[in-house]
Design a protein around this ligand. Sequence first.
Ligand SMILES: Nc1ncnc2c1ncn2[C@@H]1O[C@H](COP(=O)(O)OP(=O)(O)OP(=O)(O)O)[C@@H](O)[C@H]1O
Ligand SMILES: [Mg+2]
Length: 234
Amino acid sequence: MAGLEAAPRLQWRRSLDMDALAEAGVDQELAEKVAPDRDIAVKVGDNIVEVQNLTIKFGGLVALDNISFNIKRGEILGLIGPNGAGKTTCFNAMTGVYKPTSGQVVLEGQVLNGIKQHRITRLGLSRTFQNIRLFGEMTALENVVVGLDARHRTSVGGALLRLPTHIREEKSAIERGMALLDFVGIGSHAHVLSRQLPYGYQRRLEIARALATDPKVLCLDEPAAGFNPAEKRN
Ligand SMILES: Nc1ncnc2c1ncn2[C@@H]1O[C@H](COP(=O)(O)OP(=O)(O)OP(=O)(O)O)[C@@H](O)[C@H]1O
Ligand SMILES: [Mg+2]
């Protein structure tokens, strides 16, 4: 359309990295606690996410212009592009923060358009934010337990009455929360307020909280933003 401005180009880089966990020396038992078995509707190597002709316009600015790509189950995919290319907008459209101007996002065959953010998280598409969004006055463990709550079944009444299901869920949330903090390497800081954590630990905590929702697909928006090269390698 005349008068619309095009954003710089977005690119995707693919790498199939099935052995990454083993290579990173992650303990098998810990990995199982962190990512328990669950049903995923597609096989390894099949498309789990399909982004189809996605366009997002902000007034006169075309932030995403007819973008299409697939993410296969088991694949690690990098989204690269200069500042303003539309990376965050793409994650926002995938996770229900922005409504597509046209096109659609499909997760395991289900069209996500119009589904609210928290429902998309429950369906298995989770993300972190470029600008850290933690609950500063809560401890690291409490922040992770909030993520685990996305899958819990207890009602408010059940929690107030401390029904057995609620107590069981609370206990398993603390165990799994601790495992997630160990997995991202900050288990020793479980009881520190998140605002008091060093910046790099806050980034790790965001990843642990996103993993707590038991995602089938995890989108990390600039997880190494603000790190120097040595910190990025860690
Ligand atoms: N809510 C919004 N309202 C208006 N314009 C927006 C909005 N969000 C993003 N944009 C614009 O859309 C374009 C893409 O921005 P986006 O933040 O997605 O880029 P990015 O690739 O994530 O950049 P960076 O590397 O700086 O994080 C930019 O021109 C930005 O100014
Ligand atoms: Mg961005």
